[in-house]
Design a binder for this molecule. Structure first.
Ligand SMILES: C[S@@+](CC[C@H](N)C(=O)[O-])C[C@H]1O[C@@H](n2cnc3c(N)ncnc32)[C@H](O)[C@@H]1O
Length: 208
C-alpha cells in the first residue's frame, strides 16, 4: 500500500486525477440516493466530487489518508460555503468515528492503492462505517488495462506510486464476504491522456 501522503511534493494542478466534475458513471449512480441523503466519499482526495454533490443538495462526509488532501477539501468547502465533514484517516485501520446513516458510499480510484494483504481490513472498516441497506460503489483499475504502467498486477505510475490492478473475480471474492453485489463489470473510464479499464462494483450492505 502507498502509505505516504501522495499529495506532498506534487503541485495540485499536476495531479492526474484532479477533476472538478465527477464522471458520469458516478453521477448516474446517485439516482439510488435521494437528494439530502448522506453520502460518504471514501478516499475523497481534494474533495471536488464531494463539493459537486454537496452543491446538488446531498449531505456529505469524506475520508482520506492524506492530511494534505483533507486540509484542501476543508478549505474548498469553506470557500464555496458548503457543509461537509472531513476526516484524515487510514481506512485500513479501525476507526471510532460516528457517522450519520449513510445512504451511499463511493470510492473512486482508491482500491488500487490498497494492496491485497490490506484489503480485507479495508473492506471490514468500510462495512462498519455503513448502515444496513447502504449502497457502496467501488471503481478501481482493472488488470485488463493494456496501457497504464505495463501489464502486470503491480504497476508504477508517473507520480511515483505503485498500484495494484485487480480482476473482476478478485473484487467479487473480496466484496461478497461483506456486501451483496448488485452489479459488477469492466468499464472504461476517461483518463489523462488515455482511457483506463476499471472494475465497477455496486453493492449493498445487507444482513447475511
Ligand atoms: C487516485 S486518488 C482518488 C481521489 C478521489 N477519489 C478522486 O477521484 O479525485 C486515491 C485517493 O485514495 C487515498 N487513499 C489511499 N489509500 C488510502 C487509505 N488507506 N485510506 C484512506 N484513503 C486512502 C489517497 O490519499 C488518494 O486521495
Amino acid at each position: 500500500m502507498n502509505r505516504k501522503d501522495i499529495y506532498k511534493g506534487i503541485p495540485f494542478d499536476k495531479i492526474p486525477w484532479k477533476r472538478e466534475t465527477p464522471p458520469d458513471i458516478l453521477i448516474n449512480t446517485m439516482s439510488l440516493a435521494p437528494l439530502s441523503s448522506h453520502l460518504l466519499d471514501l478516499g475523497c482526495g481534494l474533495g471536488h466530487y464531494a463539493a459537486y454533490f454537496a452543491q446538488k443538495g446531498y449531505k456529505i462526509s469524506g475520508i482520506d489518508i492524506s492530511h494534505t488532501a483533507i486540509k484542501y477539501a476543508k478549505q474548498l468547502f469553506e470557500t464555496k460555503k458548503l457543509k461537509g465533514d472531513f476526516y484524515g484517516l487510514d481506512l485500513c485501520k479501525p476507526t471510532n468515528i460516528a457517522l450519520p446513516p449513510i445512504k451511499l458510499a463511493y470510492e473512486f480510484e482508491v482500491l488500487h492503492h490498497i494492496y491485497p494483504e490490506y484489503r480485507e481490513r479495508y473492506v471490514q472498516n468500510v462495512c462498519k462505517l455503513l448502515s444496513e441497506k447502504s449502497y457502496y460503489l467501488s471503481i478501481s483499475f482493472s488488470e485488463k488495462d493494456q496501457n497504464f504502467g505495463g501489464k502486470g498486477k503491480y504497476r508504477k505510475t508517473p507520480i511515483g506510486t505503485e498500484l495494484y490492478f485487480s480482476s473482476v473475480k478478485e473484487v467479487q471474492d473480496l466484496m461478497s464476504k461483506y456486501f451483496r453485489i448488485l452489479e459488477i463489470k469492466e468499464i472504461e473510464l476517461e483518463g489523462k491522456p488515455i482511457p483506463h479499464q476499471a472494475v465497477f462494483c455496486l453493492m449493498q450492505k445487507v444482513k447475511f
